[in-house]
Design a protein around this ligand. Sequence first.
Ligand code: KG4
Ligand code: ZN
Length: 369
Amino acid sequence: MENRKLDQKFFLGLESSCDETAASVVSVKDGKDPKILSSVVFDQSMLHVDFGGIVPEIAARAHAERMDICVSNALEQAERKLSEMSAICVTAGPGLIGGLLSGVMCAKGLSLGSGKPVVGVNHLAGHALTPRLTNGVAYPFLMLLVSGGHCQFLLVKGADQFERLGGTIDDAPGEAFDKTARLLGLAQPGGPSVEEAALSGNPRRFSFPRPLLDRKGCDMSFSGLKTALLRTRNDLVDRQGGLYKQDRADFCASFQAAVSDVLVQKSRVALIEYLALCPEEVSFCVAGGVAANQIIRNCLEQVAAEAGARYIAPPLKLCTDNAAMIAFAGAELYLLGKRDDLSLSARSRWPLDSRKPALLGGGKKGAKA
Ligand code: KG4
Ligand code: ZN
């Protein structure tokens, strides 16, 4: 029997691209078998509650104030020291620039103090590689990344090789969930509150649009949904003078059914496209905050079963933003030889597949997705 000592490496992850300040320690043995030793997430939603959405300046300040505490808690819970880390992996984009800067500056400070290298990680890659962290899925695999800012089908070939098969041409589903909650006076973030209200609602009471289903390919659109919901809500309020609890529940259930139908139909198309490219490895994975939605998870599981694909939906805590996914994606990049230095900069826009034309327009800051 081989008596070789396993090469165990530890990675610190920092995440601050939106409204979660997070730090985590992940270990990897001989480049495999990742383990989450700690995952600390400070959810800022209470700080933004009075504003109906995330205020970037408040988010950035809270990240700056909290990141060092999250890092020391993550190291303490993992029972590891900074000096034992192989690298400090930090989300360098895409996201809100103030928050990204807080994380990147903190990572640079830690690097300078410890002599450990920094690895800049794309937040979307963090989500997209999560099924490898949780289930050890082999490359290639099909990923539906569905979050607050993004929605895309990706052929994932490696830690830094992503091919976008399609995506939303306007809003992301998470954004639509958040707007729906706002229109109905439900709490933010909208996803969990809409999902909860929908439990007692009738998904067939309101008929909301399912755009682009008749169009070839797996691009999607969700912006028409909120306009339809707004119009239907206003009509009902005009007629009956307000909304009853049951109306809200029915709106939520009908909205959720529309989002789910679009994701289901387009996942079928994406799987066909994926199978034409990679017929031998068929794993269909979902990630991102909206993948925490139980109805959507279950519907997508059926799509995978129809296609004979293995289905992986990470645990809810690893669907929404966290730093374990950043530590792990950084570990994969580190093992490929990637190192950054103090010149690492934060990028508010950073598409995973820059060879494809921008889905969401360009502008001075570059392509969004
Ligand atoms: O991945 P994530 O934490 O942050 C981004 O990278 O965007 O996703 C946050 C989004 C929010 O829009 C939130 O409303 C949505 O994910 N979300 C959900 C659920 N939990 C979070 N959407 C639907 N159902 C849920 N249970
Ligand atoms: Zn995210």
